[in-house]
Design a protein around this ligand. Structure first.
Ligand code: CUA
Length: 328
């Protein structure tokens, strides 16, 4: 799927459900929830059954004389039973929950694991990949993790202002994001896809407008995303440097790029250079590679062309092309 198409599908991403986990902490939370739910359902059924039994068994019948039945005060056995049984239920719930919490929180980052720093702001998420030099926002990209050889992503959670809470229900439990404190979480999504989340702590006017998306890629696709994120940054830097090269050279005596000091009219206007299909009046398709060859030595493509070779170094040429390809 083309990345733009993928983004379109984000708008119709399903409602987040903790009952459709794809990551170890979320699986654990679902397991625990089902256990707790089963216990409370059992309690409900017992209580409701006894209530219904008492209502039916001791209802008013024709011929009742209106007097109360024999009243029983105090029963050590019953008192003991309804104290000990709930206590045991609470002990079971406590121990199971503690086991799950320690299993999730005790996971130490493996060396070389992907680390992401997420900073809550009013009302958006800053997302940083310190090891990769990538900075983005609101959409967390991570690689899928093979359950046979898990590669979890570790999250460092911080706040720039007030308390927020990071929650993508299908990936992990919510973790508060607290000013002055660093919290940690981790995810190891097993299925590629888009998983939606939400700030889960009231943080002001736009709390409800503080949404999150995690995009889980197959490893190669994630590597391409990383490369693209880094290339874009490099391209912007090259384009800035390239603009300086362009302005400093004789290019501007012959070519115009409207909005810059370049206002020459001897050669073609370059303001929307990349919107044209060909170079040198049709001698070559207008691609990055051909453009580079053209600028290096126009006569090689079009003998006798009046545009001179500017004798640029490889670096200058790269920077210049980096700028020219932005002219759309
Ligand atoms: Cu941020 Cu609610």
């Amino acid at each position: 799927m083309h990345p733009a198409q993928r983004l379109l599908t984000l708008a119709v991403a399903p409602t987040p459900s903790m009952f459709a986990p794809v990551s170890t902490p979320a699986f654990a939370i679902r397991e625990l929830s089902i256990l707790v739910f089963a216990i409370v359902v059992a309690i409900f059924v017992v209580v409701a059954a006894l209530t219904v039994y008492a209502i039916v068994r001791y209802r008013r019948r024709p011929g009742d004389d209106g007097r109360e039945p024999p009243q029983v005060y105090g029963s050590a056995q019953i008192e003991l039973a309804w104290t000990v049984v709930p206590f045991l239920i609470v002990v079971v719930l406590f121990l199971t929950t503690a086991r799950y919490i320690f299993a999730i929180e005790g996971r130490a980052p493996a060396p070389g694991a992907l680390e992401v720093t997420i900073v809550g702001h009013q009302w958006w998420w800053e997302i940083r990949y310190p090891g990769l030099g990538i900075v983005t926002a609101n959409e967390l990209h991570v690689p899928v993790s093979d359950p046979a050889r898990p590669t979890p992503t570790f999250l460092t959670l911080q706040s720039a202002d007030v308390i927020h809470s990071f929650w993508i229900p299908q990936l992990a439990g919510k973790t508060d994001v607290i000013p002055g404190k660093t919290n940690r979480s981790w995810i190891d999504p097993r299925t590629p896809g888009v998983y939606v989340g939400q700030c889960a702590e009231f943080c002001g006017l736009q709390h409800a407008g503080m949404l999150l998306r995690a995009i889980v890629h197959p490893q190669e696709e994630f590597d391409r995303w990383v490369a693209a994120q880094r290339t874009v940054a490099a391209d912007v830097a090259a384009a800035h440097a390239g603009r300086d090269v362009f302005i400093s050279l004789a290019c501007i005596n012959c070519h115009a790029v409207r909005g810059t000091p370049a206002n020459g009219v001897f050669g073609p206007d370059l303001t929307h250079l990349m919107s044209r299909g060909t170079l040198g009046a049709g001698v070559a398709p207008n691609s990055r590679e051909n453009l580079r060859a053209w600028v290096r030595d126009p006569a090689a493509l079009k003998p006798g062309a009046l545009m001179p070779s500017m004798q640029l170094s490889g670096d200058q040429l790269d920077q210049l092309i980096g700028y020219l390809v932005t002219l759309r």
